[in-house]
Write a protein that binds this ligand. Structure first.
Ligand code: CIR
Length: 255
C-alpha cells in the first residue's frame, strides 16, 4: 500500500488553453478545466490527503501539470529539469514550496533533462522512462541521487508515449496497469500486469492512494478489472487536461 499523507496541486491558469498538445483534441475549456481540477483536488482529500493548492501561474501554460517539476521520495525531494523550453522556468516556483516539506532537496543539472511524469515509484525502487522529455543524463543523475539516499532506480525505454507513466502505473501490491508497449516491457516481467485496451489507454494512468484508486472516467474495462481486485475506485473526469496530453498523475505531487 502507498502511505501518502499530503499532496500539492496547482490551479490551472487561463493560459492553460495555450498549453503544449499533441493530442489533436482541441483546446481545453478553461471553466470546465477549473471545475475538473476542483473535483480532482476533492478526490485527493477524500483519499485522506492534506492538499496544498498553489495559485495559478499565468506565465506557464502547462504548470498545472505539477508532477513534472519534482520527484518526491520518502528521503528527499528532487527538483527536475523539464525538457520543454516553455516549461523550464516552472521549477523556480516549486523550489520555494519544497523546503516547507523536505529537509533535503536535490536538483537535476544541465545538460540533463527529466520530467517527473517519467518516474514511477514502486516501494524504494524508481523506474525512469527514457522518453522525448527525459534523457540518459537526467536518468543517470536521478539514479545517483536515489542511491545516495539508499533508494534505487533503473531506466525503461519509452517510444510510444509522452512519459513513462502515460503508459504504465502502479496499482498496489505487485501489480501494474499497462497499455501499448508497456504491456510486454521486460523491465516489468516480474509484475502482475493488468492490460489496458488501447481504446481505454488513459486508464493506464491511475493513482493508488492509500486504500483507493483514482481512475479517469471513460474506462469501463479498467474500472471492472479494479473492482474485481476488490479496489475502491474513484472516477474523475479530466477531459480538458487530456486535450493537453495530461493524465491523472500529472496533476499532483503526492508524498
Ligand atoms: C506537456 O506537454 O508537458 C503538457 N502539455 C502535458 C504534461 C503531462 N504530464 C505528465 O504526463 N506527467
Amino acid at each position: 500500500m502507498s502511505d501518502f499523507s499530503r499532496a500539492i496541486v496547482k490551479t490551472p491558469g487561463r493560459s492553460l488553453i495555450d498549453g503544449l498538445s499533441q493530442a489533436g483534441l482541441g483546446r481545453p475549456d478553461y471553466q470546465l478545466a477549473l471545475s475538473q481540477h476542483r473535483q480532482y483536488t476533492e478526490a485527493l482529500r477524500i483519499c485522506g490527503l492534506a492538499v496544498e493548492v498553489l495559485a495559478a501561474d499565468e506565465a506557464f501554460a502547462d504548470s498545472v501539470f505539477i508532477e513534472d517539476v519534482a520527484v518526491l521520495t520518502p528521503r528527499c525531494a528532487v527538483l527536475t529539469r523539464p525538457a520543454a523550453p516553455s516549461r523550464a522556468g516552472e521549477t523556480a516556483a516549486m523550489a520555494k514550496v519544497l523546503p516547507s516539506y523536505f529537509a533535503r532537496i536535490e536538483t537535476i543539472e544541465p545538460p540533463a533533462t527529466l520530467d517527473g511524469g517519467d518516474v514511477m515509484q514502486v516501494g524504494s525502487h524508481f523506474y525512469i522512462g527514457l522518453s522525448g522529455r527525459t534523457n540518459q543524463a537526467g536518468a543517470s543523475q536521478l539514479i545517483a541521487i536515489l542511491e545516495r539516499y539508499g533508494l534505487s532506480g533503473m531506466t525503461v525505454p519509452v517510444r510510444q508515449f509522452l512519459h513513462l507513466k502515460t503508459g504504465i502505473t502502479w496499482v498496489g501490491d505487485h501489480t501494474l496497469l499497462a497499455t501499448g508497449e508497456m504491456i510486454d516491457q521486460p523491465a516489468f516481467a516480474d509484475f502482475t500486469i493488468l492490460p489496458v485496451p488501447a481504446s481505454e489507454a488513459a486508464g493506464a494512468n491511475c493513482i493508488r492512494i492509500n486504500d483507493r484508486v483514482l481512475l479517469p472516467s471513460g474506462c469501463p474495462t479498467v474500472h471492472a478489472m479494479l473492482v474485481d481486485r476488490g479496489e475502491q475506485v474513484i472516477e474523475i473526469d479530466i477531459s480538458e487536461f487530456a486535450k493537453l496530453d495530461g493524465g491523472l498523475t500529472c496533476l499532483s505531487l503526492r508524498f
